[in-house]
Write a protein that binds this ligand. Structure first.
Ligand code: SF4
Length: 373
């Protein structure tokens, strides 16, 4: 099996008790794999009994309910199951989180999810472009069927999209416009499983002159006023359900779109040394989600949602800059991104709102053109 991963993948180390927003306290119900459940049942100890008492079955899967956070976390924020039984006996999801994987036969793709504060630090403090690499691992190939030819072209095209996202000869807004303008053609080709067309598009997008042409065209073709585009963007996020304060943040952003537009130039100047943060966030979304269109054929949803999420993060940074007259510091920016990922990216109901907006054509090129044109 071939493992593909970003260069920061093996740098991740859980902060455990030192984490300010420990994922074990988020109240998520945790899926328990069959082997782990069998082990717990056979433990015959007080801990085993308590573990089994907390596990329930739904739709054929096993979960550990923990509305108040994990009941097995000790006073120092450490996992008592791991301490008593060893890391090999905590459930797979507890052992792997926040790592994520996607399997395509004898290829396994990996990454680190932004819902974790340590991952946000690694991603956002990575000043050089994130590189992707691969190595052989000793694991059996996955048996789930997929279109191998389409996978090969989607993967090549994703490399191209990442290359555009990391093209530092252009501003991040210009790079995002190139991605937005290419989406319709890519989506049609993926939907038709037209691998020849995908290879053509990938070739065209490799040419600097072609990229520049899109940028010039997008500047002449600015459909939507920036304030209106920003209001549309904030309305999407304002409608979502949150556990924390993100809803208030987006409601505030929506109420100050004129002011945000006035701040845009000074924000861009102040934020220029940190633009790699948005680049890495955009690359994260493309790496993680675009490959899924091999199976779901929904390329537009995956590219536009990557652009919309990156744009929303930028709006949050801009709003704090506008309000305080200075950039939120690195730690605060990382906190905003972690909250965004936790509350939106990791909440399927909230992500469905974004996908619906894209499918209905309300979150489209017009809106993104207003934001980045
Ligand atoms: S959020 Fe990240 S650093 Fe914090 S406890 Fe979870 S995995 Fe560890």
């Amino acid at each position: 099996m071939l493992l593909r991963y970003p260069d920061i993948f093996f740098d991740f180390k859980c902060l455990c008790g030192g984490c300010e927003d420990n994922c074990c306290q988020m109240g998520w119900d945790i899926e328990i794999d069959e082997d782990t459940y069998t082990y717990y049942k056979g433990l015959g100890t007080e801990l085993g009994r308590r573990l089994c008492e907390n596990i329930y079955e739904e739709d054929g899967a096993l979960y550990m309910g923990q509305p108040e956070g994990c009941p097995f976390m000790d006073g120092e924020g450490l996992c008592s199951v791991q301490l008593e039984c060893g890391a090999e006996h905590i459930s797979e999801i507890c052992r792997e989180h926040p790592r994520f994987y996607e399997w395509f036969g004898d290829v396994k793709e990996a990454g680190l999810g932004l819902c974790c504060e340590e991952v946000c630090r690694l991603v956002m403090e990575h000043e050089k472009p994130i590189l992707f690499t691969e190595r052989e691992i000793d694991e059996a190939a996955d048996e789930l069927e997929f279109d191998r030819e389409l996978f090969r072209e989607v993967r090549k095209l994703r490399d191209r999209l990442i290359d555009i996202a990391q093209d530092r000869g252009m501003s991040i807004s210009q790079r995002m416009m190139i991605l937005a303008y290419s989406t319709e053609d890519i989506a049609d080709a993926v939907f038709d499983r037209d691998v020849k067309r995908l290879a053509q598009l990938s070739g065209m997008l490799a040419i600097d002159g072609f990229r520049m042409e899109i940028v010039i065209h997008s500047q002449q073709d600015r459909h939507s006023a920036p304030e209106r585009a920003m209001r549309m963007l904030c309305s999407i996020f304002e409608r979502m359900e949150y556990m924390g304060t993100l809803g208030e943040i987006f409601a505030k952003c929506k109420g100050m779109t004129d002011k945000l537009e006035q701040c845009r130039d000074s924000f861009e100047k102040a934020y220029a040394p940190y633009e790699h943060e948005l680049e890495n966030i955009l690359v994260y979304f493309i790496w993680r989600y675009f490959i899924k269109c091999t199976r779901d054929l929904s390329a537009a949803e995956h590219i536009f949602s990557a652009l919309i999420c990156t744009a929303a993060v930028r709006v949050m940074f801009m709003a704090e800059f506008c309000e305080r007259g200075e950039l939120p510091d690195g730690k605060r920016r990382q906190w905003l991104v972690k909250e965004f990922s936790k509350e939106i990216e990791y909440d399927s109901d909230n992500m469905d709102i974004i996908y619906e907006e894209i499918q209905e054509g309300r979150a489209d090129l017009m809106m993104l053109g207003g934001l980045f044109g």
